[in-house]
Ligand binder design. Structure first.
Ligand code: PMP
Length: 419
C-alpha cells in the first residue's frame, strides 16, 4: 500500500509516519522547483485574494497577458500566440486539432495524417494516446482510439533507441507528403524511452522537411520544456523552432494544473476564427490563478538562472549514474540530458515491466522516489529527474540511496567493474 503523504520541504516529501523520501523524480517530473517555494506560494495567495477564475471568452486577465508575452519571448521563432489547457494531454489534443484545422482551412483536408515515433508518449486522452507510440499504454484500447486511421508511426531500425534522419525520411515517403499533416516529436524521451534524446540533426532535418513538404512540426515539450534539459526548451539543443510547441508539467512546477500550446504566426493566421474563441478551450483553461502561478514559476526560473543550474547539476548526476552503471550488472546504461536522466535496466521480457517497478518499490523503501519508464523490454528504465534546484549534496545522497536499492535488487551483483 502506498504511504499517506503529510508534507514536504525542498526535495524531501514526508509521510504520516514521519518517513522522509528524497524526491528523485520531481513527483511526475513536474515539481521542478522542489516542494515548497515561498516566492511562488506568496504570489498564489495574492492572486487567490484577487480572483481565481474568469472565463476566457468573457475576460482576459493580466497574469494571462503577461504569461503569454513571456512564453513568446522565451521560445525561439514566431510562437507568439498561446492557448492554455490544464494537462499535457489536453494541450496535445489541441495541437492535433489545430494541425488538422490548419490544413483544412488551406483547402488541404487530405493532409491529415499525424506521424509520431515509437517509442513516444503524448498523453492519456484518446487522441493523445492514439498518437502515442506506447503499445503498453494503448493495449486493449484500440476500440476507443478513433484516430488510428490517421496516425502513422516511425520506428528506429537496427536496434537503435530513437528514429534517425533516414528512418523519418523513409516514413515520410511511406505516408506520402501530400497526406502528411504533422509530425509530433519528443526532443528527449520521457515515460516512453527513459531519457533517450533525439539527435539534434534529426530535429534540424525534420524542420527542413516540414518546410519543404508543408507539414507542421509539433514539439511535445511537456516534460522537456522550461529548463528540465538544461536549456529553456528541448528544441534549443538543436537550435530549431517548431510550428507548435506543447508545454505542461514544469510550467507550474506542480503548484496548479496548467499546460499550454504555443502557436506560430503561420498557423494562427490560417485559422478563420481567433484562438481563444469558444470553439477551442476547456472550462478552466488559463484561469487567473493558474496563469499567475505559471508566471511566478517562470520569474523564479529566470531570476535564479535555473536552466543553467540544471545543466551543471545534470553533469554531476550523470557522473554519479555512470558510477552505478559500472557497479551494478542489472544496469545497462546511464543516459539523459540536463536533469532528465535515466538508468536503463536489464529486463525480463516474460514479465515486462518488472525490473523497473521492482526497483521503484525498493527505492521507496530506501527513502528515494524514482519513476519507471520504457515502452518495451529494451527500453525498460527508471527515470532520475530531481527538482532543478537540487544541491550537490542532495545529488550525492540520491546516488547513495539508489546504490542501496540497486544492491538489494541484485544481491549477487559482483562489486567490481566486470560486466
Ligand atoms: N507528453 C509528454 C512528453 C509527457 O511526458 C506527458 C506526461 N508524462 C504528457 C504528454 C501528458 O501530460 P499529462 O499527464 O499532464 O496529461
Amino acid at each position: 500500500m502506498l504511504p499517506v503523504v503529510s508534507h514536504a520541504e525542498g526535495v524531501f516529501v514526508y509521510d504520516q509516519e514521519g518517513r522522509a523520501y528524497l524526491d528523485g523524480c520531481s513527483g511526475a517530473i513536474n515539481v521542478n522547483l522542489g516542494h515548497s517555494v515561498p516566492e511562488i506560494t506568496a504570489r498564489m495567495r495574492e492572486q487567490l485574494d484577487q480572483i481565481c477564475f474568469s472565463y476566457r471568452t468573457q475576460f482576459r486577465s493580466q497574469p494571462q497577458i503577461d504569461l503569454t508575452a513571456r512564453l513568446a519571448r522565451l521560445a525561439h521563432g514566431d510562437l507568439h500566440q498561446v492557448e492554455y489547457c490544464n494537462s499535457g494531454s489536453e494541450a496535445i489534443e489541441m495541437a492535433l486539432r489545430l494541425a488538422t484545422l490548419f490544413h483544412a482551412r488551406a483547402y488541404r483536408p487530405f493532409k491529415c495524417t499525424v506521424l509520431t515515433e515509437e517509442p513516444s508518449y503524448h498523453g492519456m486522452t484518446a487522441g493523445a494516446l492514439g498518437a502515442s507510440g506506447h503499445p503498453l499504454r494503448r493495449r486493449d484500447l484500440n476500440a476507443l482510439l478513433a484516430n488510428q486511421a490517421t496516425v502513422a508511426r516511425v520506428r528506429p531500425k537496427n536496434g537503435a533507441l530513437r528514429a534517425d534522419v533516414d528512418d523519418w525520411e523513409e516514413a515520410i515517403t511511406r505516408v506520402g507528403p501530400s497526406r502528411l499533416g504533422a509530425v509530433v516529436i519528443e526532443p528527449v524521451g520521457g515515460a516512453s524511452s527513459g531519457a533517450v534524446p533525439a539527435a539534434p540533426e534529426t530535429l534540424r532535418r525534420l524542420r527542413e522537411l516540414a518546410d519543404r513538404h508543408q507539414f507542421l512540426l509539433v514539439a511535445d515539450e511537456v516534460m522537456t520544456g522550461l529548463g528540465r534539459t538544461g536549456r529553456w526548451f528541448g528544441c534549443d539543443h538543436a537550435g530549431i523552432a517548431p510550428d507548435l510547441m506543447v508545454l505542461g508539467k514544469g510550467m507550474s512546477a506542480g503548484f496548479m494544473p496548467i499546460s499550454a500550446l504555443l502557436v506560430s504566426d503561420k498557423v494562427a493566421q490560417a485559422l478563420d476564427h481567433p484562438l481563444g474563441s469558444l470553439l477551442f478551450g476547456h472550462t478552466m483553461s488559463g484561469s487567473p490563478l493558474a496563469t499567475a502561478t505559471a508566471l511566478a514559476v517562470i520569474d523564479y526560473l529566470q531570476d535564479n538562472d535555473i536552466p543553467a543550474r540544471a545543466a551543471r547539476a545534470g553533469e554531476r548526476l550523470r557522473l554519479l549514474l555512470a558510477g552505478l552503471n559500472r557497479r551494478h550488472p542489472l544496469v545497462r546504461d546511464a543516459r539523459g540530458v540536463g536533469l532528465q536522466c535515466a538508468l536503463s535496466l536489464q529486463s525480463d521480457p516474460h514479465r515486462f515491466p518488472g525490473t523497473s517497478l521492482e526497483l521503484t518499490d525498493i527505492a521507496r523503501q530506501e527513502g528515494l522516489l524514482i519513476y519507471p519508464a520504457g515502452v518495451t523490454p529494451v527500453l525498460e528504465s527508471v527515470m532520475i529527474a530531481p527538482p532543478l534546484t537540487v544541491t550537490d549534496g542532495e545529488l550525492d545522497e540520491l546516488a547513495l540511496r539508489l546504490d542501496r536499492a540497486l544492491t538489494r535488487l541484485t544481491p549477487r551483483a559482483p562489486a567490481t567493474d566486470a560486466h
